[in-house]
Design a protein around this ligand. Sequence first.
Ligand code: M6R
Length: 608
Amino acid sequence: MCGIIGYVGADEVVPVLLDGLRRLEYRGYDSAGMAVMGADEIGILRAAGKLKNLEQKAYHEPLHGTAGVGHTRWATHGAPTEANAHPQTDAEGLVAVVHNGIVENYVSLRKELQEAGVDLQSDTDTELIAQLLGREKGTLTERVLGILPRLEGQYAVVAVYRTEPDVVVAFRNGPPLVVGFGEGENMVASDITALLHRTRRVVFLENGDVAEVRADSVRILDPSGLEVERPVETLDWDAARVEKGGYRHFMLKEIFEQPDAIRNTVLAYLDAERRGVNLDGLGFSAEELSGLRRVHLVACGTSWHACLVGKFVIEELTGLPTEVDYASEYRYRQPLIGGDVLVVGVTQSGETADTLAAMEMAREGGALLATVCNSRGSSSWRLATSRMLTQAGPEIGVASTKAFTTQLVALVLMALALRSVRGLTDATDVELVAELQRLPLAVEQALAIDPELYRDGTEMLADATDSLYLGRGILYPIALEGALKLKEISYLHAEGYPAGEMKHGPIALLQEGFPVVAVAPEGATREKLIGNLMEVRARGAAVLAVSDGDAGGLDHVADLVLPVPRVHPLLQPVVAVVPLQLLAYHVAVELGNDVDQPRNLAKSVTVE
Ligand code: M6R
């Protein structure tokens, strides 16, 4: 939710921290701050609002030092004011702390500190960590080890201590932290996007790890203070991939990166002849797979929509009954989990708290555990036995686009792998693999829709306060996704619905000019959908349809058609979602919204 950066090295730290925060701002952007280690005091700057406010402060109130921490916030405890921004300090100004997550025993700790006479300056749970550290004895690392048993909940924290100006200490339980190893400098951050331009050598901290970071060394301890080894990984993402590259927004860039992202994801999992998949039983043993009877797909948000499509794909291709759950619901119901279930956590970030909790539960229940994830080394990556990496590259825009389409592709590849272990492989597989290889071209065509059509579509949606998105079958989840995209970045209300359900309620909304967006490519249910759209037109509502090939009867019922190429029906969702992403983008731009950092949202939801 929040973005954290810490640095110890030889460079002036303020530009390093601001640069890191700029790259992390997508994680949270309601306030920001930094702590800079001076010769005998910690300089603190904090500002409410976007990072640019902190940048201005840093310009007018310059701080100097070569170590420090920075933070960009997504508020949980306390309004996004300057007082609640991080870093938070203890009463004496001895320590400064930045934090991502939630301290769950906030109420009791707050009461305890107040009863001990501590005059708390903010509403945050973060200040409690700082106050606890300030009251401990010893070095910063000793203080951290001392307070760990007192903290309940999910946290990633980076702290500095006035009398040790060349040390930054990081610790985590839940939200991610990654240590970056540079030349004469070391760093720690919430994610690798903040480090890539300085180093590609990283260590992903485990839950319970305490990292003592100095310019020339990094020591990692377990909660009892024993030193532990963590593997140093070399990343293959390059820094240019987290720049806008001439596009006005990251989201637009990422929409246009989809052909490459899809191509890379497909090629990563095809065999040498490119006629079948090469997933080697998804990494499970033949014995484990022989007992497989059911599949559970768990996720949140857009990734959950990918799972809804995945259910159609997996059931059709493998015959395995497949359930889809919101991770936040799965973790609190009693799903029937056992060794005969494959549970797949689908997550772009690999850090979504609810998805991770659902995956933990599946593991404890003895299920085969897999993840489809866009972040190698993330928590879901480390939790799962079987991992499929979507090759979308870093996705910075908060509204997910290329991560979604690569998830769809990965789920098709996973279904093909399951077919192979179940001995079902036949000509269908060869055909689908060939279609998968043609898919990037089809997405390119979908991206090339006449801009004039988007202008008309934007007008239809931007002038309305509500709209309805309809689809049937495997395209019904795409209607949900199209509506979510519009809501997230335009702040206009949109509801996705299975078209056949419209007359059971939402039809009451329809009136003259009410926009209805229909995902209506050719296929088994198109005639039915056209019937639904006739009902829409009969009530004076306006219809915008996404359609492949020949518009068929659609041209009689649609005011506007966004054409996409025809592909294999199981891949049609990948192509059909593209105009809906662009439509949402254009509406948001038309309304003057912050497309990449929409209000109240954060890229990675690391709290429950
Ligand atoms: O990182 P994840 O895929 O687990 O994230 C899940 C959702 O938070 C995410 O898809 C969210 O709905 C996006 N803002 C969608 O655009």
